[in-house]
Design a protein around this ligand. Structure first.
Ligand code: 1DX
Length: 183
C-alpha cells in the first residue's frame, strides 16, 4: 500500500499513545521509526506487521486498532489535503458511499499502483442498506467499520453498522442503518 497508509498509522499511534509507544511498535515490527514516504509503495506486509506490533504493544485486539485506524483515516486524509476530493464526492453519507469507486478511480489516475477496494451499496425497502465490500486484501473488514463510522461523523449523521455472515473470498457484506442511535 502507499506509504500514506503507514504514515496514518504512525499519526494515530503518536497522537493517542505518544512517541515512545510508536518507537516500541517499530522495534517490534523491525521497521525504521523514522517513517514512510506517502507516495512510495510498500509491501502490504509492512502494514499488517505494524498493526500486529501495535496490537501486542498496546494490548488491544488487532480489530480494535483497525477500526480506530479506519475512523482516523477519514480525518487524516482531509488534513493531508484530500478534503476537496472528499467534498466533491458527496454531501451525504449514502451519496459518498455510492461514489467511493469513482473516488478511487480518480486517485488511481494519479497513483497507478493503487489497489483500491470496491464498494456497492444496495438500498433496501426498509431504508437500511447492504454495503458490499470487495477487496484483494484479507482481514480489513474492521477497518471498513471504522471508515464508515468516521464518514458518518463527517456527514453529521449516526449509523449502525454490522458485519453480516456469509462472506465469500474477497467479498464481505455490512448492514447499515442510518439515523440509528449512536453505537
Ligand atoms: F469508506 O484494501 C472512505 O495503496 C471509505 O480492502 C473507504 O492500494 C474513504 F499517497 C493519496 C495517496 C498517495 C490518497 F498519494 C491514497 F499515493 C485513498 C485518500 C483513499 C483517501 C486504498 C489506501 C488502497 C491505499 C483499504 C483501506 C482496504 C478507502 C484504505 C480506504 C479515501 C484507502 O478512502 C482494502 C493502496 C489516497 C487516498 C481515500 C486506500 C491503497 C476508503 C476511503 N482505503 C494514496
Amino acid at each position: 500500500m502507499y506509504g500514506l497508509v503507514n504514515r496514518a498509522i504512525k499519526g494515530l499511534v503518536q497522537s493517542r499513545f505518544g512517541d515512545a509507544a510508536w518507537n516500541t511498535i517499530c522495534q517490534r515490527a523491525d521497521l525504521d521509526p523514522g517513517g514512510f514516504v506517502a507516495m512510495e509503495v510498500y509491501d502490504d506486509a509492512v502494514t499488517y506487521r505494524l498493526v500486529e506490533a501495535a496490537s501486542e504493544t498496546l494490548e488491544l485486539p488487532a480489530e480494535t486498532i483497525l477500526e480506530a485506524f479506519g475512523e482516523y483515516w477519514t480525518v487524516y486524509t482531509i488534513e493531508e489535503g484530500y478534503g476537496d476530493l472528499v467534498s466533491l464526492m458527496g454531501s451525504t453519507l449514502n451519496e459518498f458511499l455510492d461514489n467511493l469507486d469513482a473516488m478511487h478511480e480518480r486517485i488511481g489516475d494519479a497513483m497507478p499502483d493503487l489497489v483500491p477496494p470496491s464498494f456497492d451499496r444496495e438500498a433496501l425497502e426498509d431504508g437500511s442498506s447492504i454495503l458490499h465490500y470487495y477487496s484483494k486484501r484479507d482481514g480489513l473488514a474492521p477497518m471498513v467499520i471504522g471508515l464508515i463510522k468516521g464518514l458518518a461523523k463527517r456527514f453529521d449523521t449516526s449509523i449502525e453498522i454490522e458485519l453480516l455472515d456469509g462472506s465469500a473470498p474477497g467479498h464481505q457484506k455490512f448492514r447499515l442503518r442510518e439515523g440509528a442511535s449512536e453505537s
